[in-house]
Write a protein that binds this ligand. Structure first.
Ligand SMILES: [Zn+2]
Length: 263
């Protein structure tokens, strides 16, 4: 049984059929890559919601080089059997480490270009296009929700998670990409590492993963283009970085594990 519901009426969606139908008759075609587009036109303002095509390509190229593999392996080691949902999964790099024999793995993102890349690579997970404000997933159906470098919608996450499920949230640590930032900015700041502001979840555990990477060649700019700095850096900083052929930087990931606060 799929956990996916119809984004129009909320009834179960038969994802085995072609096209996929709910009992009311709302119909969704699978793209040739295999994913479902469940983002309704009234659920977003932009014509191309989510990351830009350039950011998608940069992310795929950088992550494929394996710089963040220790994080992917660590997150996958925390998963239990059952249903796993990778929220805001991007091009599916981390999702591809999560699949396993006793797991049903799903991933969604609001950027169609990301989901296209994800479903081309990994046929063992079910990918769909959706935003975090309207996740077309049955309530209390997810055993583990993962959520890596992405915005939180605590009420939606709480709705879809089983009462004994866990949420794994990964945020950048204080020194994440300090080497990159020290080239881009005269006075690079440490990242603020704030607690999750939500009464719907309580934290169970926290682990920090910190190590150095050396990005070479095109991976330097690929790294830049997958970060938020690509949108907010002055051109002088970007030009300085474009001259760099090898970049040594710390990476730091804070991995937090939450359970639902049951009231
Ligand atoms: Zn429907």
């Amino acid at each position: 049984m799929s956990i996916i519901i119809c984004p129009v009426c909320g009834k179960p969606l038969n994802t085995k059929e072609k096209p996929c139908l709910c009992e009311v008759g709302h119909s969704f075609d699978r793209a040739k890559e295999g994913y479902l587009n469940l983002l309704l036109s009234n659920q977003h303002k932009s014509r191309h919601p989510g990351d830009s095509p350039q950011s998608c390509k940069a992310r795929r190229a950088f992550l494929s080089s394996g710089y963040y593999e220790p994080l992917a392996i660590f997150v996958a080691s925390l998963l239990s059997d059952g249903t796993v949902l990778d929220a805001c999964c991007g091009e599916g790099y981390y999702t591809s480490f999560m699949t396993g024999e006793n797991r049903a793995v799903y991933g969604f993102d609001i950027a169609k270009d990301m989901i296209k890349l994800a479903s081309k690579r990994d046929k063992s997970a079910e990918f769909f296009v959706a935003g975090i404000n309207n996740i077309p997933v049955e309530e209390k159906s997810v055993d583990t929700l993962t959520h890596i470098f992405a915005p939180v919608n605590d009420s939606e996450f709480s709705r879809i998670l089983k009462d004994d499920g866990i949420m794994i949230d990964v945020i950048p640590g204080a020194d994440h990409l300090m080497g990159l930032k020290s080239i881009l900015y005269d006075e690079p700041y440490k990242n603020p590492v704030s607690p999750l502001d939500s009464s719907l979840f309580r934290q169970q555990d926290e682990k920090t993963l910190k190590y150095d990477i050396t990005a070479e060649g095109e991976d330097v700019m690929n790294l830049f283009h997958m970060t938020p700095y690509a949108y907010k850096t002055a051109l002088t900083g970007e030009k300085k970085l474009a001259q760099v052929s090898s970049l040594r930087t710390s990476v730091e990931f804070v991995v937090r594990i939450y359970k639902k606060s049951i009231r």
